[in-house]
Ligand binder design. Structure first.
Ligand code: CUA
Length: 338
């Protein structure tokens, strides 16, 4: 193989095994899809090769006839051979279609089953889509056990999670290609999606329905981790925000509570109760800013608070007009929200 072709193939194959990959097979649902995809690929490939084979045979035969000018009438054995081939072809189509139909049905039934592991209770998580971010709430019967986060999802390895999906504005679509299929999120309509993650790792979910200007910047980071790590994350997330200790961070805290920030964002344990923007209680522990728009680092955070419309045009966060020293303080405070 030529070098550029080899590189292209390597890139193509590498593209199939990333943090956002339809063929990743990192969840039970995605494995079912992969199995079905492979079966379809085999059956349709054989059908395709047979069609091409017959076509080539016909061309070769016709050429041969032209060369001797006087075509012989088909002999009995050729006639029989052709009939046999035709019967085989019809048989193959019937069996192939039957296999694909039954396999699709079985895969669909398996997807419909809750597939809970013995003894484990499924997690109930409410994911609400907004232009252009994800609100994530772990709901339990006991209200004191609820946690709320945004643009990230943590799932314990091997345990079924039931996602209750809804939308606050337009139609979005929830899609973690490594773990499961897509589910549309239609305003006013609830939809559930079951996920059973089978491989630990960090995956990228992406809104899969065009929902406006920042549709592409509507990502969600999904972390699948062993139960002990998940419990550690949980124990940290359920805590209220720590009060700031440095003078700069305290100044940022006061700005946050007295300027526009707390009107939209909530911080558990602080007088910030806004409900229209991401909950920021443990903002600093999240990997990204603006639903996957930027990595969560001080420089990016500064740019984001200074000019949200410059970073993610069209998003709902307004320009506040903070002075540079106020920005320093706000960033210092937000960085304490671990
Ligand atoms: Cu939300 Cu596209």
């Amino acid at each position: 193989m030529k070098r550029p072709a080899g590189i292209a193939l390597a890139l193509l194959v590498a593209g199939c095994d990333g943090v956002q990959s339809m063929t990743g097979g990192d969840g039970r649902q995605s494995q079912l899809f992969n199995g079905l995809f492979e079966l379809y690929l085999w059956v349709t490939s054989v059908a395709y090769l047979l069609v091409i084979g017959f076509l080539l045979a016909a061309i070769v035969r016709r050429r041969g006839e032209r060369q001797d000018q006087r075509p012989d009438p088909p002999g009995v054995s050729t006639e029989r051979g052709l009939r046999g081939a035709l019967a085989g072809w019809v048989g193959f189509i019937l069996v192939g279609l039957l296999v694909l139909t039954v396999a699709s049905y079985l895969a669909d039934r398996s997807l419909a089953r809750a597939a809970p592991d013995a003894g484990s209770k499924p997690f109930h998580i409410t994911v609400t889509a907004n232009q252009w971010w994800w609100d994530v709430e772990y709901s339990f019967v006991d209200k004191s056990q609820r946690i709320r986060t945004a643009n990230e999802l943590h799932l314990p390895l091997g345990e079924p999670a039931i996602l209750h999906l809804q939308s606050n504005d337009v139609i979005h679509s929830f899609w973690v290609p490594n773990l499961a299929g897509k589910q549309d999120m239609i305003p006013g309509r609830a939809a559930d999606l079951k996920i059973v993650p089978t491989h630990p790792g960090t995956y990228r979910a992406q809104c899969a329905e065009f929902c406006g200007q920042q549709h592409a910047h509507m990502a969600l980071v999904v972390t699948v981790e062993p139960r002990a790590d998940f419990d550690r994350w949980w124990a940290q997330q359920i805590q209220p925000a720590k009060p700031p200790t440095t003078a700069l961070a305290r100044a940022g805290h006061d700005l946050f509570m007295t300027r526009q920030c707390s009107g939209c964002h909530a911080i558990n344990g602080e007088p910030a109760f806004g409900q229209v923007a991401p909950d920021l209680t443990h903002f600093a522990s999240r990997p990204t800013i603006g639903a996957g728009t930027l990595p969560n680092a001080p420089g990016h955070l500064y740019a984001w608070v200074a000019d949200p419309q410059g970073v993610k045009p069209g998003n709902r966060m307004p320009y506040i007009g903070f002075e540079p020293r106020e920005l320093d303080a706000i960033v210092a405070y937000l960085r304490t929200l671990t």
